[in-house]
Design a protein around this ligand. Structure first.
Ligand code: SD4
Length: 306
């Protein structure tokens, strides 16, 4: 069985390298995605995840995360969690129990505290400064360009698929607002018998297509990972544009049970992937008439990519 890992945005490159190392050295997909996401959660130069994440309308960094294991279908998730270093670690821990898997707000924080998760104020001077600059301006909320949710999907040598996400959600969102990222089936999904997926973009639009469950269902029914990803994103984009005159940004990564990857997007979207045949590489995906055009980004082009 081969191993493979795919992750959202250029910001996941370093995390993808470390996740690849784990998988290469017989580690499991669970460890790999947690390490990959943890690297992004700790890096203050990425303003949409973890430390130095962008605040909500009240100036608080309230974070969302989800985790799912494809062998057991166990999942855990946190919403609007404030004051902890790694929301995805808390989501992962919540996946261990039979019920009470999705906790939000103070309930999620109490659980994290009780289980000894490291506390951290994720609001930095930089993210607060951005809040002060933008909070007075009236404009529709949109996905934060180029540095949104970090999502990882991995397959290990045992044939286990795992998916996980972490985000501070939309910049200037309402207090208590949840997007797709902590919602099973919308922002993440994993099933060893079908495939696994993670999404980034405007959560309210991604949720309208229950996108991650949808793409896994297509893979289960025989679609290749790439055709499933292209199809669900272009169908939802078309449907929302027809009915509502607008569809915001939506990007999706997925993997089938053999480790083949798929990417669907309605905007230019960078992603990273690696497997047992090649090291972590950065690619750009772009929508192309119902399909997806994917190009490898060369070392000289990397600085121009979000
Ligand atoms: C959300 N999907 O909260 C997340 C944010 C994101 O691109 O990925 N933005 O809606």
């Amino acid at each position: 069985m081969k191993w493979a890992v795919i992750s959202t945005w250029k910001m996941s490159y370093e995390g993808n390298l470390q996740a690849s190392d784990i998988l290469k050295n017989q580690g499991n997909a669970e460890e790999a995605v947690l390490r990959g996401i943890g690297i992004v959660e700790d890096d203050p130069s990425f303003h949409s995840v973890g430390y130095s994440g962008l605040p909500d309308i009240e100036g608080h960094v309230r974070m969302d995360a989800g985790f799912m294991h494809g062998r057991t279908l166990s999942f855990g998730a946190v919403g609007a969690l404030e004051g902890f270093r790694s929301p995805v670690q808390v989501a992962h821990k919540l996946a261990e129990r039979p019920t009470n898997n999705f906790l939000v707000g103070e309930g999620a924080a109490e659980y994290a505290r009780k289980h000894g998760f490291e506390e951290r104020d994720n609001l930095t001077d930089d993210s607060y400064q951005r809040y002060l600059e933008e909070s007075g301006k009236l404009k529709p909320l949109s996905a934060y360009k180029g540095h949104d949710t970090v999502g990882f999907v991995a397959l290990d040598r045992n044939g286990d698929l795992v998916s996980a996400t972490s985000t501070s959600g939309l910049f200037l969102k309402d207090k208590g607002r949840l997007g797709d990222s902590p919602v099973i089936g919308c922002g993440f999904y994993a099933d060893n018998e079908a495939g696994a997926a993670a999404a980034t973009g405007l959560g309210e639009d991604i949720a309208k297509g229950v996108l991650c469950y949808q793409v896994c269902t297509l893979m289960k029914n025989g679609y290749s990972a790439q055709s499933a990803a292209s199809q669900v994103v272009s169908d939802l984009t078309r449907s929302l544009t027809k009915r509502r005159e607008h569809c915001d940004s939506i990007s999706l990564i997925c993997m089938d049970k053999e480790g083949n990857i798929g990417v669907g997007t309605n905007i230019p979207f960078a992603f990273v992937c690696a497997d047992d045949t090649h090291p972590a590489q950065l690619y750009l995906a772009e929508p192309a008439e119902g399909d997806t055009r994917i190009t490898l980004i060369s070392a000289t082009e990397i600085s121009g990519i979000d």
